[in-house]
Design a protein around this ligand. Structure first.
Ligand code: 5GP
Ligand code: ZN
Length: 134
């Protein structure tokens, strides 16, 4: 299903022209309009799913295979030194467009791209709490 008010539905389905790196029956891979680094791309499914929670299993199975294919090809093409795969779900996690997408962010040695988080110590309390719920 498509969402008529969703910008990524329009981009994924070619209703709005965009820089396309790859396309097949399920996905379009485009350049991010506000790249974290040169070559930052987004994998967009052509159907509308708000996030990973909603993503169809069949599409979910394919998306990581596509990510692998894209970064393998793009690493040689861009001459980058590594890749971050980022996928945000929910506002609290930094999601701003509510159509599932996967960021492919090329990394170049000393590029200064700030994707890190401050590491804490795993507490006994948190560990016990989580393990008791699972
Ligand atoms: P999020 O924060 O939801 O994980 O990421 C949304 C991403 O979509 C951002 O990196 C933003 O730059 C990108 N973006 C938002 N609108 C457009 C657009 O119209 N075209 C393209 N190519 N990228 C977009
Ligand atoms: Zn959509």
């Amino acid at each position: 299903m498509k969402d008529k008010d969703c910008i990524f539905c329009k981009l994924a389905n070619g209703e709005i022209p965009t820089s396309t790196l790859y396309e097949d029956e399920d996905f379009r891979v485009i350049l991010d309009a506000n790249p974290a680094s040169k070559g930052h791309a987004l994998i967009l499914p052509k159907e509308h799913y708000a996030n990973l929670y909603e993503l169809d299993d069949r599409v979910a199975e394919k998306v990581l295979v596509l990510a692998k294919k894209m970064i393998t090809r793009l690493t040689g093409l861009l001459g980058c030194d590594g890749y971050n795969i980022v996928q945000n779900n929910g506002e609290a996690a930094g999601q701003t467009v509510f159509h599932f997408h996967m960021h492919l962010i090329p990394r170049y040695k000393d590029d200064g791209v700030g994707l890190g988080w401050k590491m804490r110590e795993l507490t006994e309390e948190d560990k016990e709490d989580i393990l008791s719920r699972i």
